[in-house]
Design a protein around this ligand. Structure first.
Ligand code: HEC
Length: 113
């Protein structure tokens, strides 16, 4: 009896620990220097490229792919300014500074497969 009580206490602590780590994990990107923490990204891009930048909504591809990591800043700027396929153009909708910042943040984002 006693030992099963101890195990469930341990289990409760493990659950608490997981909940805390998950909450901390969600808080981490809140420094506005990362792509997913950038309000411009969340407002203009996340609906297609996903809140995490990994793509999937409305066919927007991942922005943290090997392909994007290998794309030059000039080419990224071209795609964002002029659009491509179903990707809308953002020249005139976002300022060049906002677009530059997005490019830097896309470049800085950690690549996932
Ligand atoms: C309406 C949905 C939509 C929105 C909003 C959108 N995109 Fe896209 N984006 C796409 C699609 C679809 C493609 C793929 C275009 C193609 O290759 O035909 C794409 C491609 C890209 C690419 C090139 C990726 C690659 O693999 O070559 C970049 C970079 C990009 N988008 C950045 C952005 C940024 C930054 C924003 C916000 C300013 C944004 N997108 C907003 C749909 C969207």
């Amino acid at each position: 009896m006693r030992s099963s009580l101890r195990i469930s206490t341990l289990f409760a602590f493990v659950l608490l620990f997981c909940a805390l780590t998950a909450a901390y994990g969600q808080d981490t990107p809140s420094d506005a220097t990362t792509l997913t923490a950038n309000p411009v990204y969340q407002k203009s891009c996340a609906k297609c490229h996903g809140k995490t930048g990994e793509g999937r909504h409305f066919g927007g591809p991942s922005l943290v792919s090997e392909k994007v990591a290998a794309t030059s800043a000039d080419d990224l700027r071209n795609i964002i300014n002029n659009g491509k396929g179903r990707m809308p153009k953002y020249a005139g909708k976002l300022t060049p500074e906002e677009i530059n910042r997005l490019i830097l943040q896309i470049k800085a984002a950690k690549t996932k497969q």
